[in-house]
Design a protein around this ligand. Structure first.
Ligand code: SAH
Length: 541
């Protein structure tokens, strides 16, 4: 065990999911913030456990060429970003590497490389901000939580936000301080204003301001509006009532104080209505590239039924609609489903349907009703798919599953589960939607391995075994006979099953279990009859 407060010399070899550096000292993994892979450092151990420790750099002995001066003055305090101490090249490399290593380690793949859609800019990209507010010595201020705490770090200008968003924060805080609006004190569960939530449509320029309050009334709203109306694009003001203790930012009740209560934005050529409660990717440019990759990987055709689980306001669902026969979206937040339905209408899309409900439960219900989608898209929150969703996917057995993920570890776990159910990983790609922050998105495609796929391979091997004594007809000849005389299509698997039942040699390869342990379909009686007839015809019985 390492000794607390002792200083050790070590080399950073890797990163944690949160972007901290990792070193190994005396067999113990040490987590070191603000460290870059390849750097030789002296660290002070701050916490020591049996198998791991936490340390802090006291001196960098060999600096990484990727180390840069932090442009953000509060980067070290603020818990919002993780990577201002390194260049973007290293950040995008480590993100692609994380997705690859999760898929290999947890997903059982052997990928050599996972490409990443790197971001063209690290500045002003976020279209949404949630500023917690606090007060000190009678002055209220807004900023971001210090990492791992609820202490608010004041941040005058956040580099990953557009200036309009910070201008909203300043306008609100000016109103709060001028008119002595109380701010929320978490410990005492008292005070009114909790969070300032701002969402800005990148292409529309429209700005939604939502003030989260421990109450349902704001004093002197006209004073607030007077300030907000000076912000370019300001469209709507909403009050979200959150009187509960705890970490959830938004409350359940929304009161529109000015404007329509939502904004619009354009993504993938479609217009979307966005309510405060609805999910919308925070990086517009990169989200569009991610969706384009997902749509390309889905390889949808005009006859396909596409099911989009965890669909939000229907961004991916509607972007896929024109390529598909029909699209169905499932989403748990009622407000988002309302937005999705409205979005289908406002874009004149008639082949889309949306359901409100839990993805797993809804998918199982659709499966029970006989719905068999050709392609399923899933885009779950960080915890990944639940058991019901995996089960529903297994039963519906779509040709392709396109999995958009914000957590490579749960993605890889689910990939392993789907591989056990007869799928293979076709494509994997990372996408950076959160430059300077440790989160990374990815999109992978799984494709169904059909029993017939395997039989095709078996067939060639099998046919090499054929001897005149045991077989007078080849599999294609039997298939042709059955089709011609009984109007039925039969697979090589079914022929092999009937031959085995009749005591004929079918060759070892047909005894192989199907891929991933998927139960093999059994020959239906009608087809068995037809195959037996063919075997008789060819004098094999
Ligand atoms: N595909 C959308 C939304 C992805 S975010 C887009 O790219 O914009 C994940 C979505 O899943 C959120 O809208 C969230 O509200 C929803 N969600 C979370 N848990 C869910 C569940 N159990 N069932 C269905 N949807 C869920």
């Amino acid at each position: 065990m390492l000794i607390k407060n002792e200083i050790y010399e070590t080399v950073i070899t890797d990163y944690t999911n949160e972007g901290q550096g990792v070193a190994h000292i005396e067999g113990c993994a040490v987590f070191i913030p603000n460290a870059i892979a390849g750097e030789k450092v002296r660290v002070r151990i701050e916490k020591a456990q049996k198998t791991w420790a936490a340390g802090k750099i006291v001196e960098i002995l060999e600096k990484s060429p990727h180390r840069v001066n932090r442009e953000c003055p509060v980067a070290k305090l603020c818990g919002g970003c993780d990577f201002w101490h390194m260049d973007y090249e290293e950040e995008s490399r480590l993100k692609a590497d994380r997705v690859k290593s999760c898929l290999n380690r947890i997903g059982g793949e052997t990928l050599e490389n996972v490409p990443i859609l790197a971001a063209p800019t690290c500045y002003g990209y976020r279209n949404k901000a949630q500023y917690p507010v606090s007060a000190k010595k009678g002055r209220a201020y807004a900023g971001f939580f210090r990492a791992g705490t609820h202490d608010v770090v004041e941040n005058k200008r956040c580099l990953i936000l557009p200036t309009e968003t910070d201008a909203v924060k300043d306008a609100v805080m000016d109103y709060v301080n001028q008119h002595r609006v109380s701010v929320y004190d978490e410990a005492a569960h008292k005070g009114l204003l909790r969070h300032i939530y701002v969402r800005r449509g990148v292409l529309s320029g429209q700005v939604l301001v939502c003030l989260v309050c421990n109450g349902d009334r704001l004093p002197k709203v006209e004073e607030l509006l007077k300030r907000l109306q000076k912000i370019p694009g300001f469209t709507t003001l909403v009050l979200s009532v959150n009187t509960k203790k705890g970490n959830t930012v938004l409350g359940d009740k929304f009161l529109t104080l000015h404007g329509p209560g939502f904004i619009e934005d354009t993504l993938c050529g479609l217009t979307f209505r966005l309510s405060p409660r609805s999910f919308y990717q925070v990086n517009h440019h990169q989200a569009q590239r991610l969706y384009e990759a997902a749509i390309a990987q889905a390889e949808i055709t005009k006859n396909d039924l596409v099911l989009d689980l965890y669909c939000g306001v229907g961004t991916i669902t509607l972007a896929m609609a024109s390529a598909a026969g029909k699209v169905i979206g499932v989403e748990v937040i009622p407000q988002a489903v309302e937005d999705a339905k409205d979005n289908a209408k406002r874009n004149g899309i008639e082949n889309a349907e949306f359901f409100c409900g839990d993805a797993g439960a809804a998918a199982l219900e659709l499966e029970q009703k006989g719905i068999r989608p050709d392609v399923v898209v899933v885009d779950p929150p960080r915890k990944g798919l639940n058991a019901d969703t995996i089960e529903a996917l297994h039963r519906m057995s779509p040709r392709r599953i396109v999995y958009v993920s914000c957590d490579p570890a749960t993605l890889a776990r689910d990939v392993a589960l789907l591989k056990e159910r007869g799928y293979i990983l076709k494509n994997a790609m990372a996408a950076d939607l959160f430059p300077r922050c440790s989160h990374v998105e990815s999109v992978v495609t799984l494709s169904r391995k059909t029993p017939d796929d395997v039989i095709e391979i078996d067939l060639e091997l099998d046919e090499l075994d054929i001897t005149a004594a045991e077989s007078k007809a080849t599999y294609p000849e039997i298939k042709e006979y059955v089709l011609k005389h009984h109007g039925l299509k039969v697979s090589s698997l079914y022929i092999a099953q009937v031959k085995r039942k009749c005591g004929l040699d079918v060759g070892e390869n047909h005894n192989l279990p199907s891929p991933g342990g998927r139960p093999q379909p059994q020959v239906p009686p009608e087809k068995e009859e037809a195959i037996r007839d063919a075997l008789k015809y060819f004098s094999m019985l």
